[in-house]
Ligand binder design. Structure first.
Ligand SMILES: C[S@@+](CC[C@H](N)C(=O)[O-])C[C@H]1O[C@@H](n2cnc3c(N)ncnc32)[C@H](O)[C@@H]1O
Length: 317
């Protein structure tokens, strides 16, 4: 089968960075950046990122000049990704001209004239009560990037809201929203069936509150936040759109596309309602389209920025 011999999630997250850079909704990003800059004129801003992977959002925020005085806590429940972030971020910061120091507790301090960032990278499950609560800190901003469509939305919001400062911001980016498109078509009916079954595998994951409906996380967020009394300050689409340019795909784009196709293979293998020979041919053909530089891939996603009222009471800690 065409494509890489084996797949690594860490390599996928690395490849995803430049694709996400392009996809992120700029209006939502700017609306989030303004108050952050204002806070840092007088004090350190406190940020919590949940499901941080290998830390590429931290790199992005540094690159885009968002962090000048910041205390940034980032959690992921997979210790391997946190270890990778811990190895990667000092190298990255050095390249950006920061001096880096390790504090006794393991946090990393990044310093450059006019900038001081304290990074605490923690292997912890958002839902593990013994994990984050020990920090006993409320945050000005909570970030969840490419995360909320993997967990039970209601429980995650409930948990996240227990860590937010009254008046704080919630920045939830790259929330999957119900459309995966591959072109050129192979067989319209099979293409459609594969997309539908792929959504089903997301939606039928059982969570604490029943079937998850994760394939519609973007639109659900827009409703859930408002219903929870959290005004939405900005929202917009952040679709992944990957297409062959005259020079083909970048190495990151090619890896990313092969990885997505392999993820669909993994999700649909063994599904009794899908002819497995047809699936096998479809997967091989999609990989071949990447190698030949003809595949177009679009995934619809939504970014949201919401504000927590000043009178918010973080009672559920
Ligand atoms: C799709 S990845 C995105 C990673 C990163 N935000 C990025 O975009 O590069 C989702 C991440 O969430 C983490 N994750 C999933 N459930 C979690 C939980 N309950 N608590 C903490 N992290 C979790 C996974 O280990 C994974 O690294």
């Amino acid at each position: 089968m065409p494509g890489p011999d084996h797949y690594s999630f860490i390599r996928y997250l690395e490849a995803k960075k430049s694709i996400d850079d392009r996809a992120l909704n700029q209006a939502v990003w700017q609306r989030m950046a303004e108050p952050l800059r204002e806070i840092q004129e007088t004090r350190s801003v406190t940020i919590l990122e949940v499901g941080c992977g290998i830390g590429t959002m931290i790199e992005r925020m540094i690159e885009r000049g968002l962090l000048t005085k910041a205390v940034y806590t980032a959690i992921d429940f997979d210790p391997e990704y946190v270890a990778e972030a811990k190895a990667r971020l000092p190298r990255y910061a050095n390249r950006q001209g920061f001096e880096t120091m390790k504090e006794a507790g393991g946090a990393l301090v990044l310093k450059r004239p006019g900038r001081e960032i304290l990074l605490d990278l923690v292997a912890s499950d958002l839902f593990d009560v013994a994990g984050l609560d020990r920090h006993d800190r409320l945050y000005d901003l909570i970030v969840a990037h490419a995360f909320l469509d993997l967990v039970d939305l209601d429980s995650a919001l409930h948990r996240i809201l227990s860590f937010i400062h009254p008046g704080g911001l919630l920045y939830f980016s790259l929330n999957y929203d119900g459309a995966t498109i591959f072109e050129p078509q192979i067989h319209p009916a099979l293409d459609r069936q594969i997309e539908e079954l792929y959504h089903q595998t997301m939606d039928l994951r059982q969570t604490g509150s029943g079937p998850s409906r994760m394939s519609g996380t973007g639109r659900r967020l827009l409703v859930s936040l408002r219903q929870a009394g959290l005004p939405i300050l900005s929202a917009g689409s952040s679709d992944w759109v990957i297409y062959p340019r005259p020079t083909g795909y970048s190495p990151d784009e090619a890896y990313f596309l092969h990885f997505i196709i392999d993820t669909i293979r993994g999700a649909l293998t063994g599904k009794p309602d899908l002819d497995q020979n047809s699936l096998g041919r479809w997967i091989t053909e999609r990989h071949r389209q990447v190698e030949e530089g003809v595949l177009v891939y679009i995934a619809h996603q939504v970014d949201v920025l919401a504000e927590v009222p000043e009178k918010w009471n973080a009672t559920d800690r």
